[in-house]
Design a protein around this ligand. Structure first.
Ligand SMILES: Cc1ncc(COP(=O)(O)O)c(C=O)c1O
Length: 385
């Protein structure tokens, strides 16, 4: 029996080992030169003037919510089809996430639904670039300026994505957050990066991530409430090493995605938005100037397929796949707190019920892609349409 094919695998090499050793030997493990270097090189790579490293994407989102001033009584429009962190960051500050349905093709927050949801208490928009596909940023910017709203971009899954105006996600002028968990396009094990809207926000983020200390880091001088959201220099060094080959890592992920789409297309899968969506639906193609940054490769199973059975069947065949992912409004904390119920957001719920993430990582061979697709075909017993 060949080895199991994992769902995800970080791409770490000699350079990551070398820089981690260098940090260890330097004796400076936190708030040292690698942190500054990671921030500087990340900002340069993205094409922005500054970036602030934090301990996770969630920490970044939380600081973003605070900087935008969202709190009790404020409502923020966001997607129910996301990782729970994009709503939790609002809940931490007692702002209310107001969910809207998503676009059936891109699976991102539907701009028209978002516009229709704007009400008296709306303070902002929190679009998510889900599965690495760029959210409709220009439309969000237009809604925000029409109604005087703030924007916090959850770009945690979308490092390297490009929007419909050809601008890199995160460099569009709104506060944006990236995440570097081990399955992300670029990893530091755990970690995140906030792109501040301006220099004042950057300084606030640097203070708040470090227990509210003054920028000169006076040991006991705390000028505001803060958190311990620091990224260590060990993590920052891994980030620097990953950043050196970020373009290659992204291209490699795109190669694997193309191989999946070709193979599953030949087997009867339909690319989202290009035909009937009742059968096996593959991730949408890039539209216009938009470019997806490949985070995971997730397909929608044919309507009526038993996803749990498919996951179990694939696992027996050595293919690790995962249901991806529950709608936030139906998760216990949100169901309870805001009395949400099934049926409120049919497009998001349909995607959430059907999506399956297949093994996806750099270095995945054509043979491994073939094995995963064959196993999926068999698990679905040839029922592709
Ligand atoms: C859409 C989205 N938002 C936020 C996060 C939170 O990032 P982290 O796990 O680094 O806190 C993630 C990470 O999985 C994510 O996918």
């Amino acid at each position: 029996m060949p080895e199991d094919i994992p769902l995800a695998r970080p791409d770490l090499g000699e350079r990551e080992e070398e820089v981690v050793l260098e940090v260890l030997r330097s004796g400076r493990l936190s708030l040292g030169p690698w942190l500054e270097r990671f921030e500087r090189e990340f900002a340069a790579w993205l094409g922005v003037s500054d970036a602030v490293a934090v301990s996770s994407g969630t920490a970044g989102l939380h600081l973003g919510v605070r900087a935008l001033g969202w709190g009790p009584g404020d409502e923020v429009i966001t997607s129910p089809f996301s990782f729970i962190a994009s709503a939790n960051c609002l809940t931490y500050e007692d702002a209310k996430p107001v969910f809207c349905d998503i676009d059936p093709v891109t699976l991102n927050l539907d701009a028209e639904a978002a516009r229709a949801a704007v009400g008296e208490r709306t303070a902002g928009l929190l679009p998510v670039d889900i599965l690495g596909y760029p959210a409709a940023a220009p439309a969000m910017a237009e809604i925000a300026s029409a109604f005087g709203l703030g924007i916090l971009q959850d770009a945690c899954e979308a490092l390297g994505a490009v929007d419909s105006e050809g601008v890199r996600v995160g460099a569009q002028g709104f506060t944006a957050t990236f995440a570097f968990y081990a399955n992300k396009q670029l990893t530091t094990g755990e970690g995140g990066m906030i792109v501040p809207a301006d220099a004042a926000a950057a300084s606030r983020f640097r203070s708040e991530r470090n227990q509210g200390r003054t920028p000169d880091m006076g040991w006991v001088d705390h000028e505001r409430l803060g958190f311990n959201y620091r990224l260590t220099d060990l993590q920052a060094a891994i980030g620097v090493a990953q950043l050196e080959r970020a373009d290659d890592l992204l291209a490699e992920r795109a190669r694997v995605a193309v191989a999946y789409t070709e193979r599953l297309g030949q087997a009867g899968g339909t690319v989202a938005g290009e035909g009937d969506d009742a059968g096996l639906v593959l991730p949408c193609a890039d539209r216009g100037s938009e470019r997806r940054s490949w985070f995971v490769y997730a397909v929608r199973l044919p309507r009526g397929a038993d996803r749990d059975a498919v996951v179990a069947d694939l696992s027996q065949r050595g293919v690790q796949a995962k249901a991806y992912m529950p709608c936030i409004h139906l998760l216990q904390p949100y169901r309870e707190r805001f009395a949400h119920r099934p049926g409120e957001f049919p497009v998001a719920e349909d995607a959430s019920d059907r999506l399956l993430a297949l093994p996806f990582f750099t270095g995945m061979t054509e043979g491994q892609v073939e094995r995963c697709c064959e196993a999926l075909e068999e698990a679905l017993q040839g029922d592709w349409t």
